[in-house]
Ligand binder design. Structure first.
Ligand code: NAD
Ligand code: USQ
Length: 402
């Protein structure tokens, strides 16, 4: 891979947008540990959502400043911090001019599907924040650092659940005797997931029009908490969401088992999704950065390691809970979402493996350690936050406080 001027492209300086969040924090530390210069850009809005909605991470999390101070004193490595909103172009331009990144990893979006379905104002916020933020990043790259590689977090949910195999970004179709390779059809099922589809279209267009180099990482549902770096000190501990708005399936089930709450399988539980361990999130992003897309290339990787039905995850957690002496029950909760509860699902995920991904598959030992982790913090759990309260069908225009 070469720069636009023909030099070999060796990324060194990485800007991690959303670096105070769940995936971003783990990734920022991992890249710093691997020798990259890292800057975190974050407006800390995720911490504000918790205050506004009365939620909290299972784990106590330190302020971003304390986190970075702790990292520096443990490893001697500095991570720069820019606190601000990427939707404000003036702020983003300043950070670009000051930091001059070779790669931008963009995690900085409102990422909860239920949050985007609370009411009109949260739907609009989600799409504005995500689509405008990404557009600003694209303009900043064009204006200030055209060789910079955009590594953008997308989602497997962009594809929905079609009755055919899901390819990595593109599908070759023969229609009326002519053949073309086209973007894989998108059928997202929340205003959040749709924001990622809109982002993908904007990125693809700017790769063509301006020669931007970009990788869209269509990530599955992430589980787990510890990575080599966040486990180094309690002040580096990552957030762990278990509530019905930000908590994701397997992480929620582990916390539910730990506090004796029945596992909340929505509807029939036959919904199949793609999953990965957070230790693989950091590995995949590192691989994408180390092997950049070419100028003008819009590369799409499906970033997950395994597929599970929600009901399978519930049985895995039930079995693991029994070993620890927990009495784990499952209930079927009327599905608050509009989604198929039984369907075909088969997604390709070879591109990251070809680049060298060595997956951490979901194992008994990981489930045991996640369950033990949840038990360790169980006194912090607010069980009122477990049952879902946001309905896809009842989303309205009035601002809900929840
Ligand atoms: P998170 O909410 O924990 O972190 C997102 C971070 O971005 C937060 O720290 C937030 O303050 C920041 N942010 C949001 N809007 C911003 C803005 N306008 N300017 C600056 N900072 C902003 O989310 P996460 O779980 O770490 O997810 C990170 C990314 O990965 C998201 O784009 C998400 O869609 C994607 N993803 C997450 C999962 C998952 O299971 N967690 C799965 C697939 C894809
Ligand atoms: N589900 C349950 N019970 C629960 C929680 C979820 O049955 O208690 C079901 C949901 O109905 C859904 C599936 O589990 O069918 C996944 O839900 P989730 O909340 O774990 O994940 P999702 O809303 O899809 O969103 C998460 C992240 C998002 C990311 C996405 C990847 O919050 O940022 O984009 O995973 S993916 O699902 O591949 O699109």
């Amino acid at each position: 891979v070469q720069t636009n001027s023909g030099e070999p492209f060796k990324p060194k300086r990485v800007m991690v947008i959303g670096g105070d969040g769940y995936c971003g924090w783990a990734t920022a530390l991992h890249l710093s540990n691997k020798g990259y210069d890292v800057a975190i850009v974050d407006n800390l809005v995720r911490r504000l959502f918790d205050h506004q909605l009365g939620l909290d991470s299972l784990t106590p999390i330190s302020s971003i400043q304390d986190r970075l101070q702790c990292w520096k004193s443990l490893t001697g490595k500095s991570i720069e911090l820019y606190v601000g909103d990427i939707c404000e172009f003036e702020f983003l331009s300043e950070t670009f001019r000051s930091y001059e990144p070779d790669a931008v990893v963009h995690f900085g979006e409102q990422r909860s599907a239920p949050y985007s379905m609370i009411d009109r104002s949260r739907a609009v916020y989600t799409q504005q924040n995500n689509v405008v933020g990404t557009l600003n990043v694209l303009f900043a790259i064009k204006e200030y650092k055209e060789d910079c590689h955009l590594v953008k977090l997308g989602t497997m949910g962009e594809y929905g659940t079609p009755n055919i195999d899901i390819e990595e970004g593109y599908i070759t179709i023969t229609h009326n005797g002519r053949t073309d390779t086209l973007p894989y059809p998108k059928q997202a099922s929340s205003f959040y997931h749709l924001s990622k589809v809109h982002d993908s279209h904007n990125i693809a267009f700017t790769c063509k029009a301006w020669g931007i180099r970009a990788t869209d990482l269509n990530q599955g549902v992430v589980y787990g908490v510890k990575t080599d770096e966040t486990a180094m000190h309690e002040e580096l501990c990552n957030r762990f969401d278990y509530d019905a708005i930000f908590g994701t399936a397997l992480n929620r089930f582990c916390v539910q088992a730990a506090v004796g709450h029945p596992l909340t399988v929505y509807g029939k539980g036959g919904q199949t999704r793609a999953f990965l361990d957070i230790r693989d999130t950091v590995q995949c992003v590192e691989l994408a950065i180390a092997n950049p897309a070419n100028p003008g290339e819009f590369r799409v990787f499906n970033q997950f390691t395994e597929q599970f039905k929600v009901s399978e995850l519930a049985s895995i957690v039930t079995k693991a809970g029994e070993k620890l002496g927990l009495d784990v029950k499952t209930i079927s909760v009327p599905n608050p979402r509009v989604e198929l509860e039984e369907h075909y699902y088969n997604c390709k995920n070879t591109k990251l493996v070809d680049l060298g991904l060595r997956p951490h598959f979901l194992s008994d030992s990981l489930i045991d350690s996640l369950l033990n982790f949840a038990v360790q913090y169980k006194d912090r759990v607010d069980t009122k936050q477990i049952m879902p309260g946001v309905s896809w069908r009842k989303v309205g225009v009035k601002t809900k406080t929840i």
